[in-house]
Structures are given as structure tokens and as C-alpha cells.
Design a binder for this molecule. Structure first.
Ligand code: FEO
Length: 396
């Protein structure tokens, strides 16, 4: 059902309460999500983005309740990814000649997925579309989060339709960010940044600087996922600016997996050593085999240093650690430190291999790592404690 935003703009998207996995199995959406689509009714009628393909019939049927589809003058595709373009084929069956405004890369991505020669109108940054009382201005935003992404700015209402940027994977009956629990809101916004936007942090900083230089008033940011930023929209812009600038809190995260609890024992004592050395450091201890990988990446993103532990198994390390490191590698994080540890019975390669992988992920190694043969002895426990202290000192 549509939700009115103001005299001219309605939300006509889809709230997906059931969504628990996004991007295949890459992202755990524990709070669901939404595919936000916006209908602007001025002298001309404009639809911005659609909804994910499984909801295409529902999306088009609901849209028909709001507007005679033949009255839609323009469709704007801010981004071609299927969560926003997936209902286009169903919609275009009804209004096949309606122009679709998007970037040149948008044409490529939409054609590449749907193999249709729709009436594309290619835009560049600064191009405008007058729709009556209002003018829409297009701003290309490549890699936020695909090469095709753009923002659309509506003057007079001063609304930035930002697509993926500034989104959160949250399903809610509320429309506005100021109406929901702020802990959930900011936790999900950061999780979304860490998991999806972080690899493109340099582009985020440049894009925010570009928008600030345009000196356009922004009263509202309408992203394509989650809640709309209505009160102090500059707050989320400032947060993005901070997150894009080698972000770290005073936190160290220990990520480990364990076979017979020996590496777990090491992890827990290392945590105590860190805290004993510097009580102000927030220490998180996470078993990667028993936790939410998406939340784990957010903890890594917030950390000054990560300490990664695995026993040696078959001359390597455990697969939940391997998967976690692959996810971390993709984030292209900078200015973070790392160390590794683990128990072993005979060959004991895991720590060396973890060190190599952590370097490839862009982390600066604090030391050579700590190995413990078989179950930790009292002496080993002391070593783990001192290892934690050394890590804490290196993060001061
Ligand atoms: Fe929400 Fe990049 O799609």
C-alpha cells in the first residue's frame, strides 16, 4: 500500500519482512528489508525505481491502485540491480514506450539483465528534467553501489533519492528513520555501510564533497532500502563521511574458530590480556562458526585491530575463518592492524597462513602470531595473556 510523503511524493515500494538473505547468501538481513519505489505526481508523473522481481506482480497491481499506469510519463532507474529493477519487465509489459531515465552504465546493466530495447534516455550529472512545479536533477554516483548508480534530486521539496546510499536493511511499517528504535537504525545503517559500501569509501568521500559543493538544500534523503531520513538528514551524511575515512572505534575484535576448544581458550585469555592492559578498549570475542557473518564484518569495520585464531587442520585453517577472511578481503579496509593465533598438534601451519592472508587483506601485522601445541598449559595461558597485552599496547 502506498504511503504519502508529501503533496507530490508517495512511497510505492515493497516491505519484505521475510528477507533473511540478500545478495544470495552474502548478507544476512535479520531485520528484513524494503525495496523503496517513489511516485512523483506533478504536471508530469514520475516513478523512481521499482521492487525486487519476486514481488513484480504485487508491485504493479499496487501501483495501479495509485495511478493509471498510462499516466506515468517517466521512469527513473537510479540503479539497475535486480532488487530495484526487477519489476521493470512486468511494468513495461503495460507501458512499453515509457522512457526510462538512467546512466549509460544503467542502460548496459538493465539491457544485460532483461535483454529488452526499452526507450532508454541516458543522463549525465547535472542533466535536469522539468516535471511542472519541480525540476529533477540527476547526479551520477558510480560504485554506490554499482557503476550504473545515480541519485535524483527534487528541487523545492529538496529531496535526494539516493538509491542504495544511506540505506539500511530494515523492514518496518514506519516510513521515517526518526520513528524507529535508533539503536537498530544506526546498527543496521553501519552494518549496511560496512558490508556493501565500504569497498568504495573513496568514492563516498568524493561524492559527498561534490554534493556539498553543489550547495543544494537537502530536507530529506529517500534511500532505496529501509527508512527515510527526514530529521537532520545531514547526520547520516556526516556518519557516511566518517565511515568513509578509515573508520575505527576503540575496539579490538577477536575472531576464532575451534575444534576441541583449545583455540577458544586462547581467544578468551587474549581478550583478558587486552582488557588488563587497557580497560578502555572494547573487546569483542566471536566464534565465526556460530555467529552472523554480516554482523561480524560490522565489528571488523569498527575495530582498530582484529585477532584471528584457528587450529591447524589438514595443513590449513578452519573454513569459517577462511570464509570470514574472504569477506574481509573484499572490504578493502585500510589502517587496521591484525595478529593471529591458534592451537595445533603436529604441523601447525595455520598461524603462518593466517598472517599471509591478513597481509593480503591489507592489515598491518602486530607480531608473528602465537601458537600453542595441544591444549594450553599454565605457561601457554600466561603467553596468551601477554600476547593480549602486547596487542593492546600496539593499539594505543
Ligand atoms: Fe539495493 Fe545495489 O542494490
Amino acid at each position: 500500500m502506498a504511503k504519502k510523503i508529501n503533496e507530490y511524493v508517495k512511497w510505492v515500494g515493497k516491505t519484505d519482512w521475510e528477507l533473511k538473505k540478500f545478495h544470495g547468501d552474502e548478507y544476512n538481513t535479520i531485520n528484513g528489508s524494503s525495496y523503496n519505489s517513489y511516485l512523483i505526481e506533478d504536471e508530469k508523473v514520475v516513478l523512481i525505481d521499482t521492487a525486487w522481481k519476486p514481488f513484480d506482480e504485487e508491485f504493479v497491481e499496487n501501483l495501479k491502485k495509485e495511478i493509471d499506469l498510462n499516466k506515468i510519463d517517466y521512469i527513473i532507474a537510479n540503479h539497475g540491480e535486480v532488487d530495484h529493477s526487477g519489476s521493470l519487465p512486468k511494468l513495461m509489459e503495460e507501458i512499453p514506450n515509457t522512457p526510462i531515465y538512467c546512466t549509460a552504465n544503467g542502460v548496459k546493466s538493465i539491457k544485460g539483465q532483461y535483454h529488452k530495447n526499452w526507450n532508454f534516455v541516458t543522463i549525465k550529472t547535472g542533466d535536469t528534467l522539468n516535471i511542472g512545479e519541480h525540476t529533477l536533477t540527476f547526479i551520477e554516483a558510480p560504485m554506490l553501489h554499482w557503476p550504473d548508480t545515480m541519485f535524483t534530486y527534487m528541487d523545492k521539496e529538496n529531496i535526494l533519492f539516493s538509491n542504495d546510499a544511506f540505506g539500511q536493511h530494515i523492514a518496518s511499517e514506519s516510513l521515517y528513520a526518526d520513528e524507529i528504535d535508533s539503536g537498530v537504525l544506526y546498527s543496521e545503517a553501519l552494518k549496511y555501510y560496512a558490508n556493501i559500501v565500504a569497498p568504495f569509501s573513496m568514492m563516498v568521500k568524493n561524492k559527498i564533497n561534490e554534493i556539498l559543493k553543489m550547495n543544494i538544500p537537502i530536507n530529506m534523503i529517500c534511500p532505496s532500502h529501509g527508512l527515510i531520513w527526514r530529521k537532520n538528514p545531514e547526520d547520516i551524511i556526516n556518519r557516511y563521511y566518517k565511515w568513509a575515512d578509515n573508520y575505527a572505534e576503540n575496539q579490538i575484535t577477536i575472531l576464532y574458530d575451534t575444534m576441541w576448544n583449545d583455540t577458544r581458550k586462547m581467544a578468551e585469555v587474549i581478550a583478558k590480556g587486552i582488557k588488563a592492559e587497557n580497560n578502555k578498549i572494547d573487546v569483542k570475542v566471536i566464534n565465526t562458526a556460530k555467529s552472523d557473518k554480516t554482523a561480524n564484518l560490522a565489528e571488523v569495520f569498527k575495530s582498530k585491530a582484529i585477532i584471528v585464531g584457528s587450529p591447524t587442520v589438514n595443513n590449513g585453517y578452519l573454513y569459517s575463518i577462511a570464509g570470514t577472511l574472504e569477506l574481509i578481503r573484499g572490504l578493502k579496509l585500510k589502517n587496521k592492524k591484525a595478529a593471529s593465533f591458534g592451537s595445533y598438534g603436529w604441523s601447525g601451519e595455520a598461524v603462518k597462513l593466517l598472517n599471509e592472508e591478513l597481509k593480503k587483506c591489507g592489515f598491518t601485522l602486530i607480531n608473528e602470531g602465537l601458537r600453542c601445541m595441544w591444549t594450553p598449559t599454565e605457561e601457554n595461558i600466561k603467553e596468551c595473556f601477554e600476547f593480549g597485552r602486547e596487542i593492546a599496547k600496539s593499539c594505543e
